[in-house]
Ligand binder design. Structure first.
Ligand code: NAD
Ligand code: UGA
Length: 415
């Protein structure tokens, strides 16, 4: 099929590259010239496992000009949906993409389907996207189709997750819209859910918010276990044997960061409040997660005087195998340490460049040199941290790196 993808970020670029690999003719459209150039040069502008190799093996067109979408049978919206100061999602990028598509629809007289893949609050496709598309003078359901197909990929495993989804969720404006989109996924084996647009939007938010809730739950159990001198990880391992609970997302520690779990949690809270419902459980999940990030600084204060000390950070990305620092726990920790008057040395296998733009005052160096600080905080569990020599050091471990227990003073956040 002929496909356009608006937004060449994590979701858009992976979607475009995977759909090209499946034999489709794909055009990526992005307002960021750097990202367009990167795709043309067959390189991703961020790290994602296997993505550069995939880009090198497929034909992908990239452009900053939306008018090139005029032959596409499917147009995916994969732009960003960050949150504003009160947690609500900023939908400007989605609206701008819809306006661009509307301009293209005005010039067309054939049928195509617009697919929202960005994560958006329930009701967005119906109340914002469709009215903008209809400014073209063409009618949704009659002249063009609309779907909302949320994406569930994880960064670091994005290509695998896209090609092997645990479920395919297709929110459809009408049957024809869904049927057209489904042609694309006819070879996929995943359970298929066909539903309406706003249910699909809610399914995505509810999934991320459940994962966030599970992490805050195990962190709460972990905080209690630490006071009782009980090993949280042993408790979590046994919890996982119960199929109703499941063993994943029970790693206690510093809590969740990244571009989506915190943002989508805030968005669902804001969405509930806007409708007069106070979501107490979700508010607590968020509050606990914010407090959890600062625990290592609190714990360290018991062992050393932070004012004038040098503290090492291992590492900076929001999780291993990515260079993404969006809402990383390292951001809150670095800000708190600097506020206490400490100096920071930091190492990350991939994310030092982007972190430097936020915190130019930090010394960026190699892992061994970071260990040569007054104390070290383990923020992200990169496999290579299991090969470092921690003997003689003071270590506060936020992610349960067993090898670090050899330190002179070792304390875990929840153990
Ligand atoms: P991103 O910020 O990495 O990429 C968004 C891209 O859209 C940027 O390159 C930006 O330049 C481009 N863009 C913005 N406005 C545009 C416009 N009007 N026209 C063309 N391009 C435009 O975002 P992302 O991480 O890929 O996330 C995209 C959406 O997918 C978000 O709603 C997010 O919540 C959701 N999501 C993300 C992930 C993930 O792992 N990152 C997973 C599932 C869902
Ligand atoms: C998450 C979801 O897992 C994806 O399904 C979803 O598509 C995506 O958000 C999205 O909507 O963007 P991702 O942000 O890549 O994926 O990261 P996760 O692997 O979910 O980890 C999120 C955070 O939770 C990380 O900071 C990680 O360290 C933390 N985490 C994870 C824990 O603290 N404990 C755990 O047991 C698991």
């Amino acid at each position: 099929m002929k496909i356009s993808v608006i937004g060449a970020g994590y979701v858009g670029l992976v979607t475009g590259a995977c759909l090209a690999r499946l034999g489709n003719q794909v055009l990526l459209v992005d307002t960021d010239c750097g990202r367009v150039e990167a795709v043309r040069g067959k390189k991703a502008s961020f790290y994602e496992e296997g993505l550069d190799e995939l880009l090198a093996s497929v034909e992908l067109e990239a452009s900053g000009d939306c008018r090139r979408m005029k032959e596409s049978q499917l147009i995916f919206i994969c732009v960003g949906t960050p949150c504003n100061h009160d947690g609500g999602m900023v939908l400007e990028q989605v609206a701008a993409a819809a306006h661009d598509i509307s301009d293209v629809l005005r010039e067309r007289d054939d049928y195509c389907v617009v697919v929202v893949k960005s994560t958006v609050p329930p009701g967005t496709t119906e109340s914002i996207v469709i009215p903008i598309l209809e400014k073209s003078g063409r009618r949704a359901g009659r002249d063009f189709g609309v779907c909302m197909a949320p994406e569930f990929l994880r960064e670091g495993k994005a290509i695998y997750d896209f090609l092997n989804p645990m479920r395919l969720v297709i929110g459809e404006r009408d049957r024809r819209s869904g049927d057209t989109l489904l042609e694309l996924f006819s070879d996929f084996k995943a359970p298929l859910v066909r539903t309406n647009l706003r249910t699909a939007e809610m399914i995505k938010l509810a999934a991320n918010v459940f994962l966030a809730t599970k992490i805050s739950y195990i962190n709460e159990v972990g905080n209690i276990c630490k006071k009782l001198d009980i090993d949280t990880y042993e408790v979590a391992r046994v919890l996982g044997y119960d199929g109703r609970i499941g063993s994943q997302f029970l790693n206690a520690g510093l809590g969740f960061g990244g571009s989506c779990l915190p943002k989508d949690l805030r968005a669902l809270i804001a969405c509930a409040r806007e409708r007069g419902y106070e979501p107490h459980v979700l508010e607590e999940v968020l509050r606990l997660n914010e407090a959890q990030a600062l625990k290592p600084v609190e714990l360290l204060g018991k062992h050393i005087r932070l004012q004038g000390a040098t503290v090492g950070l291992l590492s900076l990305a929001f999780k291993p195998e990515t260079d993404d620092i969006r809402d990383s726990r390292a951001v809150a920790i670095a800000a708190a340490l600097l506020n206490e008057g400490a100096a920071i040395k930091a190492y990350d296998p991939m994310a030092m460049g982007s972190f430097k733009k936020l915190f130019p005052q930090i010394t960026y160096t190699m892992a061994d040199d970071v260990l040569d600080s007054d104390a070290v905080i383990i923020v992200t569990e990169w496999p290579e941290f299991s090969r470092l020599d921690y003997r003689g050091r003071i270590v506060i471990d936020g992610r349960r790196v067993e090898k670090a227990r050899e330190a002179r003073i070792y304390e875990g956040v929840c153990w």
